[in-house]
Design a protein around this ligand. Structure first.
Ligand SMILES: [Fe+2]
Length: 311
């Protein structure tokens, strides 16, 4: 097994804080856990930790800190040693809300990560307590009724360098990737779990560094993705890609742009990888040119737009 348990929580920067917060709470249906300074901590009803998304007021959009939980204190110490040996460590922090000591580092592209083990589990107040003790919180059914954070897609100037770091230093498993005719890598889909993607890198069309492609939030059914599209269109949220199915990882998606400018996905489905010797799926340029598994044709902005915007 990987020494990483899973990805998350994630911090999202927004230059339009009030509008973004209203989107995450009223449209996506996430709950406010705590407000601290320029940040609001949010959770889906199925997140086991106290929070999974931290929305922070900032001059521009993009991703702040991406959390990764280690399997154990020992796994955390071993990964920190590996990161320091790779020369990408920033140092220990006091952690974040409900989180113990955490180690900050960057990937080769400059995205900031925080690796931790200790964290508080969510304890639902009486009015949000679920009927069954194997569910973290009550299903409230508000808005898109997001269940939990699922995955994050980062743009990178050099996909392969970041993929190598994640596999060799962090211990991620590489499940799928795109190799163009010139031998360069256009995308890499990695996971610390059997879910086919948790952490994704795709090529930044502008060759910029440290940018975000999208944050994906989970619902249990395709019907809820379709319902999310209905809710978004009524709320005036820009739908970038209507509900369709990805060829890579087989995930079902709805993509849109939240008021702060960041791309957000409502997702479900996707394949699980059970085999310890699962071969890495390599997609060629010609295969990718066929588009998604089915559904709408991918719009050009999907391959160029990221946050923060390129000057
Ligand atoms: Fe996605």
């Amino acid at each position: 097994m990987s020494e990483l348990a899973h990805l998350g929580p994630v911090e999202v920067f927004t230059p339009r804080f009030d509008a973004s917060l209203a989107f995450f709470v009223d449209i996506l249906g996430m709950d406010v856990v705590e407000q601290a300074g320029p940040s609001t901590y949010l959770r889906g009803w199925g997140d086991y930790q106290r929070w999974s998304v931290k929305l922070t007021a900032r001059a521009t959009s993009g991703m702040g800190v991406l959390g990764l939980r280690a399997w154990s204190p020992e796994a955390l110490a071993r990964r920190v040693a590996a990161i320091e040996a790779a020369g990408l460590g920033l140092g220990w922090t006091d952690g974040d809300l409900g989180r113990g000591d955490a180690y900050r580092f960057t990937d080769p592209d400059g995205h900031v990560f925080e690796l931790y083990f200790e964290c508080e589990r969510y304890a639902a107040p009486p009015h949000l307590a679920p009927a069954h003790k194997n569910v973290p919180g009550r299903f409230t059914g508000r808005g898109c009724a997001i269940k939990r954070l699922d995955h994050v897609n980062l743009l990178a100037a050099d996909v392969r360098a970041n993929r190598d770091f994640c596999v060799d230093t962090l211990g991620y498993r590489l499940y799928e990737r795109i190799e163009l005719d010139d031998g360069s890598e256009a995308g890499a889909w990695m996971s610390a779990t059997i879910a086919a993607h948790e952490l994704i890198y795709t090529r930044d069309a502008y060759g910029a560094s440290g940018r975000l492609h999208h944050v994906a939030l989970w619902v249990d059914t395709r019907e809820e993705c379709l319902r999310a599209a209905d809710i978004w269109v009524d709320a005036g949220i820009e739908i970038e890609a209507a509900p369709s199915k990805h060829a890579i990882a087989q995930g079902f998606f709805l993509y849109g742009i939240e008021p702060g400018g960041n791309r957000v996905e409502v997702t479900t489905g996707g394949r699980f990888v059970y085999a310890p010797d699962e071969p890495v799926v390599v997609w060629t340029e010609a295969e990718r040119a066929k588009g998604q598994a089915w559904g709408v044709k991918t719009v050009p902005s999907f391959h160029t737009y990221g946050t923060p915007p390129v000057e």
